[in-house]
Structure formats: C-alpha cells, structure tokens
Design a protein around this ligand. Structure first.
Ligand code: X8Z
Ligand code: ZN
Length: 615
C-alpha cells in the first residue's frame, strides 16, 4: 500500500564494505561508483519492498498474531536495509552526480516514513509496535451498554460489538444526539491502549531519524517536498490562510443549521461545534449532514445515495463505473488480476483493516484496492480516489524504482479526487443515473454538498500533522498528547469534544493515519491540488462553464495531458510535474476558491445576521 515506500534493501555481504565510512574515507569516489551503488540499492530495496508489501497485504486482509509477526518482520528487514543504504550514501557527498542520480540519492535519503534504529533490538521493537498499533485499530470494536440490557441513549437494539463501519454509520445517519454521542465515545474506547505504544514508537522513531541526520521524524517528513523543511511548513500555513475565510463561512452556516436541529444549548451561536453532530467520526468532512443544511428551493433534488441503491449497484459494479471514467480518458483498463485479487467487501469470517487503500504489489501491474465498500455516495467517491492511486502507480511503472511514486504525496492523493470532481449531474445523466440535469438555479445545493466534503476537510487535513510534528519535536510532551490534540481541533476546525477528555484518553489514535503512521499533510495538499488539476483538465477538455459544472468524462485531450504528468512519477521536482498539467509551478488555492465562488457569495447573504468564528 502506498504509505510504505515499497523499495527495499538487502543486508548483503557486498554492501557491508560500503557501510563502513572509515574504511573508504581516503578513497576518492566517482560518479560511476555512486551510480553503481544506486543501482544496487534500487534493486535490493525493490525486492525487499515487494516482500514487505506481500506480507502487509496478507496482514491487512487477515489480521492474526501470525500475520502481524510476518508483516513486522518483513517491514523491519526493509527499514533496516533502507536505513543502511541511506547512511552509506553519505560517502558520495560532494561527488558531482548526474541530475538523475542526484535525485535518486535524495529519494533514498528521504524515502522512509519510519526509519529503523541501528540497534537491532530497537528496530525489532519499533517494527512490532507499528504493526500492533495498526492491527489494534483494525480490530477495534465497541459494545454499547444498551446491548447488554439497557442504558438509555446507547446504540439501542445492538446485540453485537460494533466495528468502525457500524459506528460510522450511526454518526452519518442518526439525528439522535445521545445515540451519536455513544457511538462517538464508543470508538474512542479503542485507542487508550495504544497510548503507551505510541509514546515508545515516537522515542524509537526519533532515535532512528536522528541517526539519519534529521532533528526528529517530523523534520524528516517535512523535508520531502523539494524545498527546505521550514519553507514547507510555511507553505502549508500560506495555503491555509488563503482558504480560511471560506472555511469560516461554511462553519458558521453549518453551526447555524445544526443549532436549528439540536437546539442552542447543544450548539451555541458563537462557540465551536460539538464533534459528534457533524456526520463523521472525526468531524473531518460533513456531507452526511447535508440533509439538515439543504437550502430550500436550491436543492438539486436528487440523492446519489438513494440512486446507487435503487440501481442495485454492488461493490464491484461501483468499481467498474470508476474504472470506466479512467478508460474514457484513454487509460488502459485495469488488469484481470485487479478484479481477482482486490478486496471490495468486508469478509465476515476474519479481521481486516477496512480503511481504504490502493496497492501495486509487484511495482509493475499487480494493482489492487482494499476497501470495505458500502453502497453510498461517499464510498463511490472514495473508489475514484483509490483508483487514482492505481492509475498513477501504473503510469510510472517503467521508471527506475526510486521514481515510482507521486511527484509529492499530495499529488498521489489528489489524482482520483480530481477525477471525482467530474461526477457532475451531466455525467450522472450520461451514466443513466438521473434523467434530467437540474438547472443552474440548483447549483447552490450542489456546491454546498461539495463544500461539505472538501472545504470542511481543510483544517482537519492541516492539524493532524501539526499535532504529530509537535509530538515528534517534543513540543507536545506525552503528558499533553490529548489536550494538545483538542487545542488544535478547537483552534483550526472550531470543533470541540462533546464530553470532557483527559490524558487517560488517546483520541489521536482513534484516527487511522495516526495508528498506521501515515503522514497526513498530503491530504491537505491534495484538497488544494485536486482543484488545480480539475481546472486544468476542464480547460483541456474545452469546458467553458463554471468549474463545478465541468466533467472531463470522455475527453481524450484531458486524459493525454493528465497522463503526461502521471508518467513523470517522482522523476522530477513536483513543480515540474505541476507545470506539465497546469502551467503553474506553485500550489495555489485560487482554483478551489474559484470553484466555490458562487457558494461563497451565497453564504455571505445567508450569514448577514450570524456570527462568524468561535470563542
Ligand atoms: O485515507 C484516505 C484514503 C486512503 S489514501 C481513503 N483519505 C483520508 C482519510 O480518510 O482520512 C482520503 C481523504 C482523507
Ligand atoms: Zn489515498
């Protein structure tokens, strides 16, 4: 899966002389030797990476103590070898390399999300911790008190322990504040046991990062963006400042409408919004409360959730529709093995990691997704998201292994989302899902729904790694893990925990990417980039309508331009890739602001008497 860079390293005998800096200190190394070293590194890391991915796939689709152990072992072998190669590469500092080899060297030094410490005991411990954290999340369940005989307000009627999918469905569908609260609190009973593991993981991961020459793991993560690490942090803040006014308006409108539903005691006029009322387990996107917010008279009058069910689409059929979008742009269909080996539906007989992911197991054509698909609009969009990863993976599969990646990780997350922005009424009509396109007077409803998916996400996308960067740097000590989390949620999202939290809780661990150690700023970037991509694709497809009405379905011209960027993989700095598609060399929030401009003007009118922001 994507988060683990899938190249690998072997601890081979041939390598060991290179590892000993002192042994070669006097020898003047050449560009040819660096080239040979990189070729070896790529090959060995590729092999170990594939091995680790196979173990990870089996582990994520069949969680047991045994598959945990196998995945941890394979992950350790990869991380240890990678760290050894990365350190050995220091001997080529100062050697003039070809641009391609210089970039490969950088990928080698920055490629790992979780580097291994030199001490073998510690690298083993770190790998076990990483696997255990992810599996604890994957197996997480909560049995409501009501199921054992009746606490009022608990998820009544449940007789079985509820997993994340079931609890998330309650958050999405129920309008009973007590039931919502029970599901919200219930999922957060899964994460306190992760707290000690997480703290130990932070210590070991930082140790390894320091051995690699970084001040801490957060600094290593920030260094991956073809610019100095500090500049990257500033770049994220700059983008946030661009979109913040739009977010504040959406927040104020949402709070006003939720107040009408749940009352002003529950939703104060000028305070943060309680986290359990926003339709999502982490309040990270709010489209599930659209029905409570739908403006009268400007609602488009169709519901994709209902349509997918009426049409009796199953999980596989939904994926087929997603594939159809990509092939309409000129991309080759997915290989037969994709259909045979993917996991589309949650198996009943075993534990799996349901969080959606896309894989390329052999780094060539063994593409798969793993997803517990439900027939609803949210998962329909997520399918396009995952397929975006797969088509990007395949587009770069002829590049040298170090370059088989996204231009940056935000690009990888933005590809499928950019395609999903083309799921417009005109496209749904082409699919035969609706008979008639709603006229332009209904655009406000469509845009509001879209904003509840995309704009609501922005501060959440930003704050997860603000928290982790603080944790890795030590600015957030273990004694403040939870308090610091809620400070960030309140300050960026204007959202508050619905009940008191304490340091006995570990609410960050209730989010997949924290337990699975997947960096998160990529999603913030993706929510900016996908609109830049969409704007460029729409232009290429000749769309002259407002951006939100443009669908690039069937446009071979847009597909060809898109493919040009995808085929570059990580071979060039990301501004080059961005330029190939958009003509721009900067990440730029004007595209998302253009897209939502009509909604923004409408919100101004709706909010004439409403406070904006929170105390
Ligand atoms: O994790 C994902 C994808 C897999 S790469 C389903 N996303 C983030 C999340 O669920 O928190 C997509 C949007 C944000
Ligand atoms: Zn993704």
């Amino acid at each position: 899966m994507l988060k683990i860079r899938t190249l690998a390293v072997a601890a081979c005998a041939a390598l060991s002389p290179l590892v000993t800096r002192a042994a070669v200190a006097e020898v003047k190394l050449t560009a040819a030797e660096a080239h040979a070293f990189l070729t070896d590194a790529e090959q060995e890391l590729l092999e170990l990476g594939i091995e680790a991915e196979r173990a990870n796939w089996v582990n994520a689709t069949f969680i047991t103590d045994d598959t945990d152990a196998l995945a941890a072992r394979a992950g350790e072998r990869l991380a240890v070898a990678w760290a050894r190669y990365a350190k050995a590469s220091r001997r080529f500092d100062g050697v003039a390399l070809s641009p391609e080899d210089a970039r490969k060297l950088e990928k080698l030094r920055l490629g790992l999300v979780a580097p291994a410490p030199e001490d073998p005991k510690e690298s083993e411990e770190l790998s076990l911790l990483l696997t255990r954290l992810q599996s604890t999340y994957g197996k997480g369940k909560y049995t409501p008190a009501g199921a054992e005989g009746g606490t009022p307000g608990a998820a009544a009627g449940a007789t079985e322990p509820l997993d994340l999918t079931a609890l998330s469905n309650i958050l999405a569908e129920s309008r009973d504040a007590e039931k919502l609260l029970d599901a919200w609190k219930g999922w957060r009973t899964v994460s306190p046991p992760m707290r000690a593991d997480y703290a130990r993981f932070v210590t070991l991961s930082n140790k390894a990062s320091r051995e690699m020459g970084f001040t801490d793991t957060g600094a290593m993560w920030r260094a991956k963006y073809d610019m100095p690490a500090d500049d990257f942090a500033k770049e994220c803040d700059r983008l946030w400042e661009q979109v913040k006014p739009l977010y504040l308006k959406l927040h104020a409108y949402t709070r006003m409408k939720l107040r009408e539903t749940y009352g002003k005691a529950a939703v104060p006029a000028d305070g943060p919004i309680p986290a359990h009322l926003l339709g999502n387990m982490w309040a990270q996107s709010w489209e599930n409360v659209y029905p409570l917010l739908a403006p009268k008279g400007v609602d488009p009058g169709y519901d994709l959730n209902a349509i997918l069910k009426e049409k009796k689409l199953d999980a596989r059929a939904m994926v087929k529709v997603g594939e159809g979008f990509f092939t309409s742009l000129g991309f080759a269909p997915l290989p037969q093995t994709f259909w045979e080996r993917s996991l589309f539906v949650k198996p009943k007989d075993r534990e799996v990691v349901c969080h959606a992911s896309a894989w390329n197991l052999d780094q060539v054509d063994d593409l798969r997704i793993k997803m517990c698909i439900q027939v609803n609009a949210e998962d329909f969009v997520t399918i396009h998201h995952e397929l975006g990863h797969n088509f990007y993976q395949r587009a770069g599969n002829k590049l040298p292994p170090f370059f088989r990646d996204g231009a940056n990780d935000g690009f990888h997350e933005a590809i499928g989302d950019a395609i999903a922005l083309s799921i417009t009424p005109s496209y749904l009509k082409k699919l035969g899902f609706i008979e008639k396109e709603p006229d332009a007077s209904k655009d406000t409803g469509l845009l509001l729904n879209q904003a509840l998916q995309k704009v609501s996400f922005l501060p959440f996308g930003l704050l997860i790694d603000k928290w982790r960067w603080g944790v890795f740097s030590g600015q957030i000590p273990e004694s403040r893990y939870n308090a610091a989390w809620w400070d960030l949620v309140r300050s960026y999202q204007g959202v508050a925990a619905p009940v008191a939290r304490s340091e006995k809780d570990f609410d960050p661990g209730a989010k997949y990417h924290v337990s699975a150690n997947t960096p998160y700023m990529r999603y913030f970037l993706a929510h900016i980039l996908q609109f830049q991509f969409h704007r460029a694709l729409a232009k290429e497809a000749g769309c002259t309508q407002p951006l939100h009405r443009c669908s690039v379905y069937g446009s071979k011209a847009a597909g060809a331009k898109f493919a040009k960027m995808l085929e570059m993989g990580a071979s060039k700095p990301w501004p080059d890739a961005l330029e190939a598609l958009t003509g721009q060399r900067q990440m730029d929030a004007t595209a998302i602001l253009d897209y939502f401009a009509p909604l923004s003007a409408w919100l101004d009118k709706e909010l004439a008497k409403e406070p904006v922001g929170w105390k």
